[in-house]
Design a binder for this molecule. Structure first.
Ligand code: DC
Length: 335
């Protein structure tokens, strides 16, 4: 038998907050521990004395945890204890390595535990990777790492230095004093080049193709991959890119490969760029996207490719919500 612990907090003592927090906590425990719902024998909740609006056990039943015994109790009132907190203990039939899950304010209760998961989302430009990866990371309250931004920053440095992007030696020299840092402000990734925040500059249209070109040089790729592995080794994150599932993290816990028709992808980029005030030509954009895919897919080192064990999702006719739902479903199913 295995016992899995978890906890979460609510913002206020309302039925809706309790239902939402309990459903989220149980869903994440199930996903991160790769559980089948019917192997859960019982779930025991305790809540702090400031929670009165609803029984967590009832919320669990409503969230679909019906085949196990459910129980809620109230905790003793402890001075200085974390307020509005719901704790849970799951009893599972088989023996497995338990991954405790602490969410929201309850994270501070167990800073010591590693509940690390890595989700790889690869695919061509405009397939919806970054939007989905960002949303998924936000929903699971884990880090989002945009690996494309790192190659874009390398490209920006080379462009600013007027370096020939095809010249591997010159690129190598340019990268020697690369000072690239990824930081997070209000949950959003900021890319710092030599201390300068280049998060906006790297989105300029000319940087896209340049990033694709510099990223084919091993001197750039190996360095970026090492940085990405180092970040993913330290914390849970969703990484989006081209080679995460195949090269950077071949043992990632979950792998997805998103794709969409060239027309749809070009249209998405067109809408994105025009919304930012860029004057762009749709046909030229489509050509560029196809050329970039070709370059990314045919490079020698770690090309854009679906990993054998990645789940393929064609997002051409799907909304963001539909893709997100599908990914979460697959994550729960991949036991
Ligand atoms: O995802 P993006 O459009 O921001 O990426 C820009 C370029 O960077 C892309 O065309 C190829 C390269 N890239 C890569 O080679 N490997 C990654 N993991 C991410 C991006």
């Amino acid at each position: 038998m295995t016992v899995i612990r978890g906890a979460t907090t609510i913002a206020q003592d309302t039925k809706e907050e309790i239902q939402k927090a309990v459903a989220e906590l149980l869903e994440q425990i199930v996903t991160f521990n790769r559980l089948k719902r019917d192997e859960i024998m019982s779930v025991v909740f305790s809540s702090t004395t400031d929670i009165h609006a609803y029984y967590p056990a009832k919320a669990a039943r409503e969230a679909g945890f019906e085949c196990c015994s459910l129980f809620s109790a109230m905790e003793p009132e402890i001075d200085g204890g974390l307020p509005l907190c719901i704790r849970v203990m799951l009893f599972i039939e088989r023996n497995l390595q338990a991954h405790p899950v602490y969410l929201r304010g309850a994270k501070i209760l167990r800073k010591d535990i590693a509940q690390k998961i890595n989700v790889a989302i690869d695919g061509p430009a405009g397939s919806g990777k970054s939007t989905i990866a960002k949303r998924l990371a936000n929903d699971y309250r884990i880090l989002y790492l945009d690996t494309g931004a790192m190659y874009r920053a390398c490209a920006l440095k080379a462009l600013r230095g007027n370096v020939d992007l095809e010249d591997e030696e010159a690129i190598g020299a340019c990268m020697r004093d690369l000072d690239l840092n990824i930081e997070y402000q209000d949950g959003a990734q900021r890319t710092l080049l030599g201390g300068e925040d280049v998060s906006e500059a790297i989105r300029e249209p000319n940087v896209s193709m340049a990033a694709s070109t510099v990223s084919k040089h091993p001197v750039v790729r190996l360095r970026m991959a090492e940085k990405q592995r180092e970040i993913a080794g330290r914390m849970s994150c969703v990484l989006d890119g081209r080679d995460i599932g195949t090269f950077v993290l071949p043992a990632a816990d979950f792998k997805f490969f998103l794709t969409a028709s060239a027309e749809v992808r070009a249209k998405r980029r067109y809408d994105e760029l025009t919304a930012k005030g860029h004057a762009v030509d749709y046909e030229a954009l489509k050509k560029e996207i196809i050329k970039r895919d070709e370059q990314d897919s045919t490079r020698e080192i770690a090309p854009l490719k679906q990993a054998d064990d990645a789940v393929l999702i064609d997002t051409s006719n799907m909304t963001i919500e539909e893709v997100l739902k599908e990914i979460k479903k697959k994550m729960q199913e991949s036991i």
